[in-house]
Design a protein around this ligand. Structure first.
Ligand code: PLP
Length: 392
């Protein structure tokens, strides 16, 4: 634990909280929460489960009803041919990713992934004692890795490649053709396990659809683990439901870890998750359309700031503009030395909280999480524009 570093996301959140407590009007674009509630049928299912709760231990793998509802859900995503034995659950995707790292990596093994990355990937590697191999995917390449980069990385035979699509923090989504090209490279390198963290899979815009490497090259199924969660797509982050589908041996390993760590997901949570996955899908679909419209609001506001460059995200609920044009300038007499300082000054001067890109391994950017109501979103963006206009 001596390795653990203070989190840049938490530092911003703490500072925003302190300013709010002083009576400041703070707009937060910092935390990646979906900001909507699941449909009433989810709460009804939870209440019913509460009324009949057996209070007994449940399945280490996950209740059959939950695994079946998940299989139906991934079938809608085009992932067919999986059975309950290919599936397992976790207390959120985060827990599942830790379990997968424990199952697949020994100390000293290498795990590869792209930069910018979701912050926790680095911590997971650190905790299991794995080395990281980072593939730079800067704004100039739309925050996406290329097949050539992947080929070069996989030639070094990392034990695991951790893929994330749609991406947190960039919101970028690989197209069908891009997925096909990457899948081809993965197929060339049989020694690497693939974890596909696709928890934002139903939040994809512009009609480009969600695509998975397993659909592109079915033989990859033997070593690819698809990771999903109800947190972002169903508005259920606090219910803590993560799910996976992959090789039976991996699902069994995760089940065994569950039997030692958590035993099972709670019965009430399980009932709510079944209702979310198997019930009407209108709330997630509606939210996807709303987020797409919010994405457009953010992009329009950022396009009006000279020097700020922003690849067009097509999913999740994040925008990740390159704000390096501000470095070396000053705001109110204070130097904007880097992304962390910029986020500090933006918070102090305009009361807008964003996360510095260095939290995600990309110090030229900042992350805007745009799930708040439109009026707040527009006001926050107006303040960001004012901040940049005042730079000297
Ligand atoms: N993977 C990515 C890319 C995420 O952004 C997050 C949460 O922010 C997670 C996994 C973890 O999600 P959960 O709430 O299911 O633990």
């Amino acid at each position: 634990m001596g390795h653990a570093k203070p989190s840049a996301i938490m530092a911003v959140a703490e500072k925003a909280k302190a300013l709010k407590a002083q009576g400041r009007d703070i707009i937060s674009f910092s935390i990646g929460v979906p900001n909507f509630l699941p449909g009433e049928h989810v709460y009804a299912a939870a209440r019913e489960a509460l009324a009949r709760d057996s209070g007994q231990y449940g399945s280490n793998r996950g209740a059959d009803a939950l695994l079946d509802a998940f299989l139906g859900h991934i079938e809608r995503l085009g992932l067919s041919g999986y059975t309950r034995r290919h599936c397992a659950t976790g207390v959120g995707a985060k827990h599942l990713l830790y379990n997968l790292a424990e199952a697949l990596l020994d100390p000293g093994d290498t795990i590869a992934f792209a930069t910018p990355y979701w912050t926790t990937y680095v911590d997971i590697a650190d905790i299991v004692g794995a080395k990281t191999l980072l593939l730079p995917a800067p704004a100039s390449q739309d925050y996406k890795i290329t097949p050539a980069q992947l080929d070069e990385a996989l030639a070094k035979k990392p034990k695991v490649y951790l893929f994330n699509n749609p991406s947190n923090p960039t919101g970028m989504v690989y197209t069908r053709d891009e997925i096909a090209a990457l899948a081809e490279v993965f197929a060339k390198h049989p020694d690497t396990w693939i974890i596909s963290d696709d928890i934002y899979n139903t939040l994809v815009f512009d009609g480009i659809g969600y695509h998975n490497i397993v659909n592109a090259r079915p033989e990859l199924r033997e070593r690819t683990v698809f990771v999903d969660s109800l947190s972002k797509t169903y508005g259920m982050p606090g219910w803590r439901v993560g799910l996976m589908a992959g090789p039976e041996v991996v699902a069994q390993a995760v089940t065994t870890l569950n039997s030692n760590h958590i035993t099972n997901l709670p019965e009430i949570v399980t009932a709510a998750a079944v209702a979310a996955l198997a019930g009407p899908q209108d709330v997630p679909q509606q939210k996807c359309r709303e987020f797409e419209a919010k994405r457009d609001i953010v992009l329009e506001a950022l396009a009006a700031i000279p020097g700020v460059k922003c690849p067009r995200p097509q999913g999740a609920f994040y925008v990740f503009p390159d704000i390096s044009c501000a470095f070396g300038k000053s705001h109110g007499g204070r130097l904007v030395a880097n992304d962390v300082e910029l986020c500090n000054l933006l918070l102090e001067a305009e009361g807008v909280a964003c996360v510095p890109g260095s939290a995600f391994g990309e110090p030229n950017a900042l992350r805007i999480s745009y799930t708040c109501p439109d009026a707040q979103l527009k006001e926050g963006l107006r303040r960001i524009q004012a901040f940049f206009a005042a730079l000297q």
